[in-house]
Design a protein around this ligand. Structure first.
Ligand SMILES: *Cc1c(COP(=O)(O)O)cnc(C)c1O
Length: 316
C-alpha cells in the first residue's frame, strides 16, 4: 500500500512538468447545491486531464531505471499523458488503441509524438500487446491506475487541495479504476482525516459501488455511460484496498444528472469539462451529499470531450 510520503515524493518528482491547477467558484452553483462549492480544475492541467500526474511519476521512475521506451493501452487521457511525458523526457512511446478509436484521440496522441498501434476492440486484447511491445523495446508498460507510482502521482491533487483550502469539509472524486481516488484518499486521510472524501460513479458503471457493498472486487459487463473515463469494469487490486480503508461514502449519479451538470458548468461557468468530471458536480447538484452548508471541493478530472459528444449532450 502507498503512503502519504510516496505522494510527497511524487510531488517533488513531477513539479517541473505539472501545473498547480486553481480552485474555481460560482455563487450560482453554490446556492444551487446548498454547499460552498470549489472546482479543482484539472481540465486546465497539461494534456487536459490529471492523468499527466501519475504518468509523469511512473515514466520518470522508469527512465531512472534505464527504460528508453514506454507503452500504454489507452486511446484516452492516459494515452495522451504517457505520449506527452515520454516526448518531453526524450524517449519514445507506443500507445495501443482500439481499431475503432476516434481519430481526434489518435491525432492528439500523434501530436504528442506517440506511435499508434491499433489492436482489437477490447482491453483484454490491447493489454498483452502493450506489454509485449514494452518487452521487445527495452520499455516499461505504464498502467492507467493499478500501480503505486501512478496512484501516488494522482494523489498530489489531494496535497494541493489541502494547501489551497485549509478548512475544506469534503472532497468529491470520480471513480474509474480508482487510481485518482486512492491517491487522493492517501494524501488527505494521512494528513487531515477530518476531511471527508466521497467517491462518485455513474449508476451505469457501478462496479466499485457493488464491490464496496460486497467487500470484494466485482466485475460488471461493458457499459455505455457518457462518462467514458469511468467505464472500467472493475476496481484495481491495489486501488480497492485503499478505498476500503479510507473512503467515507460512495454515491451514484444518473446519465441525465451528468448531462445536466455538464450543461450548467459550460453555460454558467464557461468551463469546458468532460462528462466524467461532470459526475462530481452532479453529485453536489442533485442532493447526493449527506450534508449542507459545508465547504466542498469537487474534483474536475479533465476536459477532453470531443465536439460530437458535446453536441449530443446539448441537444438532449
Ligand atoms: C481516468 C479518468 C478518471 C478516472 O480515474 P481512475 O484513476 O481510473 O479512477 C476520471 N476522469 C477522467 C477525466 C479520467 O481521464
Amino acid at each position: 500500500m502507498i503512503h502519504v510520503e510516496d505522494v510527497r515524493e511524487a510531488r517533488r518528482r513531477i513539479a517541473d512538468v505539472v501545473r498547480v491547477t486553481p480552485l474555481l467558484t460560482s455563487e450560482q452553483l453554490s446556492s444551487r447545491c446548498g454547499n460552498e462549492i470549489y472546482l479543482k480544475a484539472e481540465h486546465l492541467q497539461k494534456t487536459g486531464s490529471f492523468k499527466i500526474r501519475g504518468a509523469t511519476n511512473k515514466v520518470k521512475q522508469a527512465v531512472q531505471e534505464g527504460a528508453t521506451h514506454v507503452t500504454a493501452a489507452s486511446s484516452g487521457n492516459h494515452g495522451q499523458a504517457v505520449a506527452y511525458i515520454a516526448q518531453r523526457l526524450g524517449i519514445s512511446a507506443t500507445i495501443v488503441v482500439p481499431e475503432d478509436a476516434a481519430t481526434c484521440k489518435t491525432d492528439a496522441i500523434r501530436a504528442y509524438g506517440g506511435e499508434i498501434v491499433p489492436c482489437g476492440f477490447t482491453s483484454a486484447e490491447r493489454l498483452p500487446r502493450a506489454k509485449e511491445i514494452a518487452a521487445q523495446r527495452n520499455g516499461v508498460y505504464i498502467p492507467p491506475y493499478d500501480d503505486p507510482f501512478v496512484m501516488a502521482g494522482q494523489g498530489t491533487i489531494g496535497l494541493e487541495i489541502l494547501e489551497q483550502i485549509a478548512d475544506a469539509d469534503a472532497v468529491i472524486v470520480p471513480i474509474g479504476g480508482g487510481g485518482l481516488i486512492s491517491g487522493i484518499l492517501t494524501a488527505i486521510k494521512e494528513t487531515n482525516p477530518q476531511v471527508k472524501v466521497i467517491g462518485v460513479e455513474p449508476a451505469l458503471a457501478n462496479d466499485t459501488w457493488l464491490s464496496r457493498e460486497r467487500k470484494e472486487i466485482v466485475s460488471i459487463p461493458a457499459t455505455k455511460t457518457i462518462a467514458d473515463g469511468l467505464r472500467t469494469s472493475q476496481p484495481g487490486s491495489l486501488t480497492f484496498p485503499v478505498l476500503m480503508k479510507y473512503l467515507d461514502d460512495l454515491v451514484l449519479v444518473s446519465e441525465e444528472e451528468i448531462r445536466h451538470a455538464f450543461r450548467f458548468v459550460l453555460e454558467r461557468m464557461k468551463q469546458m469539462i468532460e462528462p466524467s468530471s461532470a459526475t462530481t458536480v452532479a453529485a453536489a447538484m442533485f442532493g447526493k451529499l449527506p450534508f449542507s452548508g459545508k465547504k466542498v471541493v469537487t474534483v474536475i478530472s479533465g476536459g477532453n470531450a470531443d465536439i460530437g459528444t458535446i453536441t449530443d449532450i446539448l441537444e438532449q
